[in-house]
Design a binder for this molecule. Sequence first.
Ligand code: HEM
Length: 188
Amino acid sequence: MKESLRLYPPGWYMTRRALEDLELGGYRIPKGTTMVMNLWGLHRDPRYYAEPESFNPDRWTPEFTRSLPLLAYMPFGAGPRRCIGASFAQMEMLTVLAGIAQRFQWDLLPDQVVAPLFATTLRPLEGVKVVLRERDPEGRTTVGAAQGQFPAGRFSGTARHGRSSIRLGQPGNVGGALLAAPEWATTG
Ligand code: HEM
């Protein structure tokens, strides 16, 4: 989760207004200027992260975390306006992911390029395509148990487990695989 929020911080920029004239990184910033902080860029800065483009959850050792400058990682912002929902959001992510992982095994569709969409929040332009396989009650995977649908530009379908289900957008048609966009996590 920590590494995902580093590479893909949903709040990928923040703005601040200068309350007084100041100099920052060699630039003169007049009072009243609105500044945009690029968290996407910050989180990929090689001064702080070795191989910054690699997804490497193992980098987050206690030593690495301790050595990281305070503001080199801030997916939830920092200071008095830090995200008020940070703890809730992390708990929610963990709960939803754990809940889904208990019921399904998921595998990324190979060879896909996940292009970022830099909107108000950062999103994958065309979703992230995964194949879900329903696990049986013993935790084994039942291949092909999930049904999936994939209309152009959208991922959708319904995964069922017992009486519960996860809905995924509008229906389309691809047999066998369940393809999910990230927003699916909120419908669990
Ligand atoms: C992964 C999920 C989330 C991320 C990455 C995120 C990120 C952020 C960031 C970067 C800021 C700072 C904006 C700034 O300083 O300009 C912020 C502020 C804020 N967030 Fe979140 N947020 C998340 C979830 C939530 C949730 C679940 C809630 C509410 C339950 C929430 C409520 C707020 C509020 C109210 C502020 C403004 C705080 C203030 O200005 O004093 N956020 N968030």
